[in-house]
Design a protein. Structure first.
Length: 399
């Protein structure tokens, strides 16, 4: 059995997803972790053993020829730099979404992965949400006929905590929250539609958080833990010294195959949930809750008979709780990467899917900041992409 030696760059916070890949019994071993905070990495010794190497210099990981693959889980604005370093060192990469914070950055990563013959996987974990999988299943079964319209509303009650107290609040580090948060949903929209976006129009503004007066100093790293007591939004304290990204954004998308879609996110709503409505020629589906918990199931509702108002629909599909981060999606997301390393089929988003989600988010932000002018989404450069490079399945085309 071949042993795959793995490492993680950006081991704090989201980087802990890498511990799910530590499966010595299958030949996968997490041997090194990098973060600027050594103390926070001590938890890796509990999961991976005392022999794991902890470092504050990611370059020691890049330069180690014994490491086969790297998880890149650093802040978004470092994704391009760190993934390119790993790729050019001949290492396969699990890259947290968004792929990069610019279209050109994504294309540089794609080109480098192809030229260096490594495997690239972008961790769009929402593809593994049981709710999203059920909606995709119903679409593929023809339960609503041919898809024609997709609407997504994203309410983000924790936005003031999570995204306006740290680097996410600055355009130069995030481009727009249409990437950090929106890339999830923009990928799901293209997956459900079975096609990539062709034209995008945006509208939005900075409505609330620019008016907060209690700001942290630039030297303070900030405390962005979620707290339900932080309400109302204008009462938030310890906000970022620089806030110039929108806290409310709306996009309209024309997909290549004729499907039309909309996406809306709001970071000062009182509740937190994603709500999708997919309308076809013979019905519609809608989710109630985006992931099940140990105490309450999410559900997908199907309307396929003509009626007046029918609150619950004609059929309801309860989504059972699945253990694991993000409603059981995180373990499956990591497993898709491990399958890719083993040259097996992988059921996650392809790198091109990830690039197109970033393209829609970047151009949507550009549109909303320039009078809502429509923007043409450029296709990715054409490469001789091998099955090993994009083993993650591309978006299925609708008939």
């Amino acid at each position: 059995m071949k042993e795959y030696r793995l490492a993680v760059i950006g081991a704090d916070n989201r980087g802990k997803i890498s511990t799910l890949a530590h499966q010595p019994e299958r030949g996968f071993k997490l041997v090194a972790a990098s973060s600027l905070n050594l103390e926070k990495m001590e938890v890796y010794r509990t999961t991976c053993g005392n022999e794991i190497r902890l470092t504050t210099d990611y370059r020691t990981i890049i330069s180690d020829p014994s490491i086969d693959a790297v998880f890149v889980c650093t802040p978004d604005y470092l994704h391009e730099k760190h993934s390119l370093a790993a790729i050019r060192a001949g290492k396969s990469v699990f890259l947290e979404k968004p792929m990069a914070i610019s279209i050109k950055g994504c294309d540089r990563i794609l080109k480098a992965a192809q030229e260096n013959g490594v495997k690239l996987y972008v961790g769009h974990n929402m593809r593994f949400y049981p709710v999203m999988r059920k909606m995709k299943e119903l679409i593929m079964q023809g339960a609503i006929g041919r898809v024609e319209a997709i609407w997504c509303r994203h309410f983000i009650s924790y936005g003031g905590d999570a995204y306006f107290k740290n680097w996410n609040s600055e355009r130069k580090k995030s481009t727009s929250l249409l990437l950090q948060k929106g890339a999830h949903d923009l990928d799901i929209i293209q997956w459900l539609a079975g096609a990539y976006p062709q034209v995008v129009v945006g509208m939005g503004k900075l409505s609330v958080y620019d008016k907060t007066t209690n700001r942290r100093s630039p030297e303070d790293s900030g405390d962005y833990r979620w707290n339900l007591e932080h309400w109302p939004p204008l009462a938030q304290t310890g906000m970022s010294p620089v806030i110039d990204v929108e806290d409310h954004s709306m996009l309209m998308l024309q997909m290549e195959n004729g499907v039309q879609a909309s996406y809306t996110q709001c970071h000062y709503s009182p509740d937190a949930v994603r709500n999708y409505t997919i309308i076809g020629t013979e019905g519609r589906i809608e989710n109630f809750g985006d992931s099940s918990t140990s105490t309450k199931n999410a559900s997908v509702h199907l309307w396929n008979k003509r009626s007046s108002y029918a609150e619950r629909g004609n059929e309801i599909f309860e989504i059972p709780f699945v253990a694991g981060g993000h409603g059981g999606a995180d373990p499956q997301n990591v497993e898709a990467f491990l399958s890719l390393l083993l040259n097996e089929s992988s059921s996650g988003a392809s790198p091109v899917d990830a690039r197109m989600a970033v393209a829609a988010g970047c151009l949507g932000a550009e549109s909303l900041r320039n009078g809502s002018r429509p923007k043409i989404v450029p296709p990715p450069p054409v490469y001789n992409i091998t099955a090993a490079f994009t083993a993650a399945s591309p978006s299925e085309k609708r008939s």
